[in-house]
Design a protein around this ligand. Structure first.
Ligand code: AMP
Ligand code: MG
Length: 285
């Protein structure tokens, strides 16, 4: 992908995980690769959102015109308040809702618990021509599950390899998987939770358990590190996005999706009718 305005390094390169990525050392307030500040970032978010919208429409049109499976799946993982919902609203919000397959994953329901952990994930995969968005994902099964020993280690440990194989299968069948790990600092999370307690319109987002989970921050960092180390693959690499500045995280995700869609290199479907004939028929009608 080329560089676009404001970027010193293409976004996808700037935030791609490396073997040296250390969750504990991340500057969550940083803006890797981006040279501008908030005002440029917010302006670009709108401009690039329009580009994203056109590309998504091409994917949708391609889906209507062919049977060759193509879809894009955005996987959002992050602690509470990292801004997953904001990405859905402010990034995915730029595209036509009929082209989006959105799913969020909470504590498994009794029915989900009776199945393999990938069961609910498979059911929610994007259909042909769709942009899928996972707000949380199968990675919860090696994050919250690992931190709280919800199943024994002997059960969660093999999941890393299993997830890699699962994603390989997706990619081989025509789904581009864009994985975004979103990181806020412990302080920024506190400020965002505090805001939820100050505003009547934010109470619904507040969950007393989020404060409990803050006590497990080191364990979560360890689990996120293991996730990045073990499931960032050639076919589905992780991107590590600092999220203390919301405008930056939203802009990066926009760029990652644009990059993924551009790499599909889709064209508008050709007419399945004779255009000139149809123009004449229409004129005469
Ligand atoms: P929210 O995204 O704020 O609605 O919260 C969803 C909650 O569901 C989070 O606390 C997640 O950790 C939890 N959750 C998601 N997937 C799982 C899972 N597989 N097992 C246990 N908890 C989960
Ligand atoms: Mg929550």
């Amino acid at each position: 992908m080329g560089k676009s305005e404001g970027w010193e390094i293409p976004a996808a390169e700037a935030v791609r995980v490396t073997p040296d990525t250390r969750v504990g050392d991340l500057d969550t307030n940083g803006t890797p690769g981006f040279a501008g500040g908030k005002s440029l970032g917010e302006k670009l978010l709108e401009e690039r959102g329009a580009v994203l919208s056109d590309l998504q429409e091409k994917l949708f049109a391609h889906g209507r015109a062919t049977n060759e499976h193509r879809s894009v799946l955005l996987v959002l993982q992050g602690m509470d308040t990292a801004g997953k919902g904001g990405v859905v609203r402010h990034v995915i919000g730029h595209v036509d809702p009929q082209g989006v397959d959105h799913a969020s994953f909470g504590v498994p329901t009794p029915e989900e618990k009776r199945h393999h952990y990938l069961w609910r994930i498979r059911k929610a995969l994007p259909r042909h021509g769709q942009l899928g968005v996972f707000d949380r994902s199968h990675y919860e099964d090696v994050l919250v599950v690992r931190v709280h020993d919800l199943v024994p280690r002997s059960e969660w440990e093999p999941r890393y390899d299993e997830i890699n194989a699962f994603e390989k299968e997706l990619v081989d069948s025509g789904t581009t998987v864009v994985k975004v790990a979103m990181f806020v600092s412990l302080d920024e999370q506190k400020a965002r939770l505090a805001e939820r307690l100050e505003r009547r319109d934010k109470y619904w987002k507040y969950n007393p358990n989020d404060v409990t989970e803050r006590g497990y921050w080191p364990q979560y960092q360890e689990a996120y590190q293991a996730m990045l180390d073990r499931t960032s693959t050639e076919h589905a690499p992780w991107h590590v996005v600092p999220c203390d500045r919301k405008w930056y995280s939203r802009l990066v995700v926009t760029e990652l999706l644009i990059d993924a869609l551009e790499r599909l290199d889709l064209d508008w479907p050709a007419a399945t009718f004779d255009v000139e004939t149809e123009k004449r028929r229409l004129a005469d009608s």
